[in-house]
Design a protein around this ligand. Structure first.
Ligand code: PLP
Length: 404
């Protein structure tokens, strides 16, 4: 890369790319948005770092802003760090500290990061775990409620409720005593696992399950949060209030910043129990404040509108290509899964890999997710003209990969 502007990128040879990847769902406001650049420059000229031993206005303002958009009614406490992995690590530690319980439930296909704690939950690709065991003990994985690929025999009409039944009737009775379970950690929409949207009844049933057993519900919104799905948090699509929210990626438009929002009654650990050196970095806080303002005033609505456009366009592409098994997503977190045939739904990994290479050769930055999905995850500022151009290149790349 040489430079970028909005949803366009130029390489060192002068080649132009349409960017539907946004640095893995990070460049919320597009590349080098003037308001974000100005906020970074202004802060960098005043001071770049002070450490978490001292307060500064940007940190307080950002924490107050984040607390005001927390997806739960109770007042929120905020902890800031530098990445999604660290956010998950903080959530897991907080859940153990607060509950005094040791065990957790995670989901197959999930991605939560790569430190020993976060990696214990991550299960989207075996290579991410190979050679690193033993990991943190106490994590039991259950199927994610993927309605396109159900693996459990239905006990309810809604597959999400079937999964929750399975946790309660099988896992809690045979592996994880519920009163030993500190928290359930889940992505509202699975990201690295393939852009999988949970079956509709899942989160409501999961919340009730947690309430019945005093278990904390942690949502990992590292990829889905900060307006990407057309709401501040993807969990809001299901009207469910979590206890802890993990965020990172898009919050500061590309500067490293992550954190958790927790109900005040849950974040009750004493000073010194958890912390880090760079969390609350002033330059990252300034970039985040500028980002959140843009998301609130313009970009969240744009994400919802452009997301509809992308879903429609991908559905049309699906009607012309038998290799597209399913199109799904919310807002600008949209994916299409490539399959060998609609009957067996066997993932067509090779086709997806060829397609990504064809796309790159044609001037499109687009990423895979899971075994055979392609994700459309541009900046929330993308306009219809560029999005359309990108999706047209995507279809041409698919045709080429199919050998048409
Ligand atoms: N959680 C989710 C849902 C993610 O998608 C990711 C990264 O892709 C992470 C956590 C880890 O974030 P980071 O790479 O910033 O550590």
């Amino acid at each position: 890369m040489d430079h970028g502007l909005g949803s366009e990128v130029w390489d060192v040879d002068g080649n132009r790319f349409v960017d539907l990847a946004a640095g893995i769902a990070v460049c919320t406001t597009g590349h080098s948005h003037p308001k974000v650049v100005a906020a970074i420059r202004e802060q960098a000229e005043r001071f770049i770092h002070i450490s978490s031993d001292y307060y500064h206005a940007g940190w307080v303002e950002l924490s107050e802003k984040l607390a005001s958009i927390a997806p739960f009614a109770e007042p929120a406490q905020v902890f800031l760090c530098n990445s999604g992995t660290e956010a998950v690590e903080a959530a897991v530690k907080l859940a153990r500290h607060h509950s005094g319980r040791q065990q957790f439930i995670g989901f197959h296909g999930s991605f939560h990061g790569r430190t020993m704690g976060a990696l214990s939950f991550t299960s989207s690709k075996a290579i991410q775990r190979r050679g690193f065991s033993p990991l943190m003990p106490g994590v039991t994985h259950v199927p994610f409620p993927n309605p396109y690929r159900p693996v459990l025999k239905a006990t309810n009409e809604d597959y999400g409720e079937t999964v929750v039944d399975y946790i309660e009737q099988v896992v809690f009775k045979s592996v994880v005593p519920p009163d030993d379970c500190a928290a359930i950690l889940v992505e509202p929409i699975q990201g690295e696992g393939g852009y999988v949207v949970a079956a509709d009844g899942f989160f409501r049933a999961l919340r009730k399950l947690c309430d019945r057993h005093g278990i904390l519900l942690i949502v990992d919104e590292v990829q889905s949060g900060i307006g990407r799905t057309g709401k501040w948090w993807a969990i809001e699509h299901w009207g469910v209030e979590p206890d802890i929210v993990c965020f990172a990626k898009g919050v500061a438009s590309g500067l490293p910043l992550g954190g958790i929002l927790a109900r005040a009654g849950v974040m009750d650990w004493p000073e010194g129990a958890h912390g880090n050196t760079f969390g609350g970095n002033p330059v990252a806080c300034s970039a985040a404040l500028a980002t959140l303002e843009l998301v609130e005033t313009e970009l969240m609505a744009n994400a919802a509108a452009m997301g509809e456009f992308a879903l429609d366009a991908l559905a049309e592409i699906q009607s012309r290509h038998r290799s597209v098994g399913e199109v799904r997503g919310k807002g600008l977190m949209v994916g299409a899964e490539l399959v060998l045939d609609h009957g067996s739904k066997r993932p067509d990994h090779e086709l997806r890999e060829r397609m990504l290479q064809e796309a790159f050769n044609r001037g499109l930055l687009v990423l895979g997710a899971g075994e055979s999905a392609v994700r459309v995850v541009p900046a929330l500022s993308i306009d219809q003209r560029l999005l359309d151009e990108g999706l047209q290149i995507l279809e041409a790349s698919l045709s080429a990969a199919e050998g048409r």
